[in-house]
Design a protein around this ligand. Sequence first.
Ligand SMILES: [Fe+2]
Ligand SMILES: [Fe+2]
Length: 128
Amino acid sequence: MIEWTPALSTGNELLDEQHKAIFRWLAELDSAAAQERTLFGAYAITRLKNYTRSHFAAEEALLKATGYPGLEEHMAEHETFRARLAELHLKSIGEDISADTVKFLTDWLTNHIARSDMAYAPYLKKPR
Ligand SMILES: [Fe+2]
Ligand SMILES: [Fe+2]
């Protein structure tokens, strides 16, 4: 079962809501892949891609505004994933989403939130 858990909370309501939505699209993608629903799979990965891109942009803007010292490294991680997701999205036009693809996306996003996003959490709570 692919779902957001409170252990992944950054303490920022807006970013948590965006992370939850990302997990909802991952779950949709997972069920599309499991049922070999090609069209829905392509739709779900499109939504995941667009949603992830707008989330990354919102997160980067917020981190920039707070003066987060790890911003550059964080943006580089986002960029790597953005490129990978764009490739997988393109691939989904010609073939079904594989279980490996879903696993890669889920693992990457979970690890990124658990480690890299969690690292900025204390900075967002600091009074400015
Ligand atoms: Fe991030
Ligand atoms: Fe994030």
